[in-house]
Write a protein that binds this ligand. Structure first.
Ligand code: SF4
Ligand code: SF4
Length: 102
């Protein structure tokens, strides 16, 4: 089925432990980014099984990190985002995050 809503693509995710991850691609329907003050991947989940590869990889459905320069009304406007471990394995989050100049 064609995606009819433009979302930022999750181009790569380097977290193989996640149930949605296959060969560094994310096969969640969409991900939510942002938890508290951090641009975490809120969709990260572990389980014994894995989702099968799907015709489409994930987009960013919503992002709560509104201090990021790509954030517009809690949606991501970056063309693509990269997800992985941040700050020496402190959390799994958006590597494309960039603070707005203040
Ligand atoms: S982007 Fe998030 S939900 Fe998708 S595979 Fe990576 S950690 Fe999992
Ligand atoms: S680039 Fe910015 S707005 Fe887009 S998902 Fe990452 S933290 Fe959110």
């Amino acid at each position: 089925m064609e995606k009819c809503i433009e979302t930022s693509d999750v181009a790569r995710c380097s977290v193989p432990e996640c149930v949605y991850n296959r060969s560094a691609r994310c096969y969640a329907g969409a991900i939510t980014v942002g938890s508290g003050d951090l641009p975490e991947c809120d969709t990260f989940h572990t389980a014994n099984d894995r989702v099968p590869p799907r015709p489409h990889t994930a987009g960013v459905g919503a992002c709560k990190s509104n201090e990021c320069r790509y954030n517009d009304d809690y949606e991501c406007t970056a063309e693509r985002v990269y997800i992985g471990w941040v700050d020496d394995f402190h959390f799994i989050g958006c590597l494309t995050y960039a603070q707005t100049a203040r």
